[in-house]
Design a protein around this ligand. Structure first.
Ligand SMILES: Cc1cc2nc3c(=O)[nH]c(=O)nc-3n(C[C@H](O)[C@H](O)[C@H](O)COP(=O)(O)OP(=O)(O)OC[C@H]3O[C@@H](n4cnc5c(N)ncnc54)[C@H](O)[C@@H]3O)c2cc1C
Length: 414
């Protein structure tokens, strides 16, 4: 087994497993402060399959200082209002995010695909020679002693070990780092899977906002527009993604079959002729939180620490917020000799809000959108109508769903 040179900075180097949005954010925050970072990524490139695409106001605030926000704003779509709809009755409530104008400089959502955010982060990282991003480096396990951590890594040249002072597992829902820690990942997996169909067909002339949640007792859906891309990069026309729940047991080939895809999307919104479906993706959805985000020098952030359904567009944002919180605390330990109790505080702050807020909100979002009891559904829709019509209630509601409340709650935990 090859051993990477025992560099003199190993004691303060931070190893990060995973070059997804959360790992790259942690890397950038640490590298900007002059801290040595090694990012170990299993893949040979950043995945560009359709995943998260919604960026909430606190995330835009956090990224402003590094210039990432401006780069994202230049490429994404600003969503100033979004709709909650009933599939049969139409618009239930139209939420004006402008009600947050006194709470954030970014009173809107930004739609930009996850892989483009990763590309922006990777580009920013190039200016920091003390940060290396190593592709095709799969972390097999992580171990620690009093002075540091050792990651065992599979590389194209064979197994290797990497040493550092700390390791952050940002290696997604199946995190190897988490499996190397003494923590559980309990919760549940939904029986149905989620299907994402992407089409260039423009839904805007039919009155849809750029983001729509569409309730239905039989087949709810979510519809939103992202910038889209082709081989040349951004595509001005944009792409609409339609998300449907699908039966747990149907084979993927049946779900993806062209006639079945056309039928499903035509049932949602009938149009003459076939839809131009440019991408189809099927995935399982879980609600889980790690029992602890810290085991000594091993830490978790992002999907490695918590996973949830995508209704509300919160998972990736929540991971960004973990990365900012954790990198601030690690930087204080490394640069100012602060006590490592800060890492326990990170666990308390971020794990508490993952339970109280991320899990609760996303589980409720799914229950509401699929509500089968007509009285319960109408009650909820009346509630949304009343909220949207009352500026004070609207602000309070948006503070929660735009993730501002979760940040305030986390910061209040000591
Ligand atoms: C199909 C799909 C749709 C989604 N839609 C939404 C949405 O609409 N809104 C939303 O907010 N969220 C959504 N999510 C969730 C969102 O994509 C995640 O919350 C986000 O990707 C988390 O980022 P991350 O960096 O923590 O993990 P990931 O993006 O999973 O990145 C982990 C990285 O670690 C790498 N890796 C894995 N194992 C190892 C290893 N052993 N060693 C080294 N590297 C490793 C992976 O290759 C990957 O690059 C969706 C997820 C999926 C799968």
């Amino acid at each position: 087994m090859a051993l990477t040179p025992q560099s003199s900075d190993a004691a303060n180097r931070v190893l990060i497993a995973g070059a997804g949005p959360v790992g790259l954010t942690a890397a950038l925050n640490l590298a900007r402060r002059g801290i040595a970072v090694t990012v170990l990524e299993a893949g040979n490139k950043i995945f560009d399959d359709p995943r998260a695409g919604t960026i909430h106001p606190p995330t835009l605030e956090m990224f402003a200082e590094s210039g990432v926000t401006d780069a994202m704003l230049a490429r994404g779509y600003i969503v100033r209002n979004y709709q909650y709809r009933d599939r049969r009755a139409g618009v239930v409530a139209d939420f004006d995010l402008g009600a947050l104008a006194d709470d954030t400089p970014y009173p809107y959502r930004l739609m930009l695909e996850q892989h483009k955010i990763c590309a922006i982060l990777l580009d920013k990282l190039k200016q920091y020679p003390h940060c290396e991003v190593l592709m095709e480096h799969r972390v097999a396990s992580a171990a620690q002693d009093r002075d540091g951590v050792v990651a065992t890594v599979e590389t194209p040249q064979g197994p290797a070990t990497f040493r550092g002072g700390w390791m952050i597992g940002c290696d997604g829902g199946r995190s190897q780092v988490r499996k190397s820690m003494a923590v559980d990942f309990s919760g549940f997996t939904y029986e149905e899977r989620f299907l994402i169909l992407s089409t260039r067909y423009d839904f805007a002339p039919h009155g849809y906002a750029l983001t729509n949640y569409i309730a239905d007792p039989d087949e709810w859906c979510a519809l939103f527009k992202v910038p889209g891309h082709d081989e040349r990069g951004d595509d001005k026309q944009g792409v609409w993604r339609v998300v449907f729940p699908v039966d747990a047991h149907s084979p993927a080939e049946e779900i993806f079959e062209e006639r079945a895809v056309q039928r499903r999307i035509q049932n949602f919104h009938h149009k003459d002729g076939d839809y131009d479906v440019v991408h189809r993706n099927l995935y399982s959805v879980h609600q889980r939180v790690a029992s602890c985000y810290r085991d000594g020098r091993l830490l978790l952030a992002g999907d490695a620490a918590h996973i949830n359904n995508p209704l509300g567009g919160m998972g990736m944002n929540f991971g960004f917020h973990d990365a900012f919180n954790l990198s601030d605390k690690l930087a204080r330990i490394i640069l100012e000799n602060a006590s490592d109790n800060g890492l326990d505080l990170y666990d308390r702050q971020r794990r508490t809000v993952a339970q109280e807020y991320l899990q609760r909100q996303t589980i409720e979002n799914k229950q509401n959108i699929e509500q089968k009891d007509p009285r319960e559904r109408e009650k909820f829709h009346d509630e949304l109508r009343a909220i949207a019509a009352d500026r004070v209630r609207l602000r309070a509601y948006l503070l929660r769903v735009a993730m501002i409340e979760g940040i305030r709650r986390a910061n209040a935990i000591e």
